[in-house]
Design a protein around this ligand. Structure first.
Ligand code: FES
Length: 125
């Protein structure tokens, strides 16, 4: 039987994976599954990306020093109260998020470290 290839070292993985650098601090996930999408979550996701780019906070190919990775996720069970937005490593789950809420979440939570309580519905950890 053929031996499986060796598992790369963390240093080898880091050389191939810029997101493993020292800059990334938070991840924002916007649910884009059926119910949240029906309530406008794609617009919420686009608002996050646009504002994070404006603030030079978004981690992407054009900014490897960005502090925030932003993407979409599948349903997390907030279907009746979406759009759902999850912020890690804080473990803060927001509900009823609209594009108009995005600048406040970025300013207060992502930049200031203080979650926007009126939108928080669950905390993990
Ligand atoms: S569809 Fe978004 S939480 Fe279920």
């Amino acid at each position: 039987m053929k031996e499986p290839p060796p598992i790369p070292t963390p240093e080898q993985d880091a050389a191939l994976t810029p997101i493993m650098g020292p800059f990334l601090k938070r991840q924002v996930l916007v649910c884009t599954a059926k119910s949240c999408a029906a309530n406008g979550s794609e617009a919420v996701l686009e608002a996050f990306k646009a504002h994070l780019i404006e603030e030079k906070l978004l981690f992407f190919k054009g900014n490897r020093e960005g502090e925030v990775q932003c993407g979409h996720c599948g349903s997390v069970g907030f279907c009746a109260i979406g759009p759902a937005v999850l912020v890690y490593p804080d473990g803060v789950w927001y509900a009823h998020v609209t594009p108009a809420d995005v600048p406040e979440i970025i300013e207060c939570h992502l930049k200031g470290g203080v979650p926007v309580e009126r939108l928080v519905r669950k905390r993990l950890g």
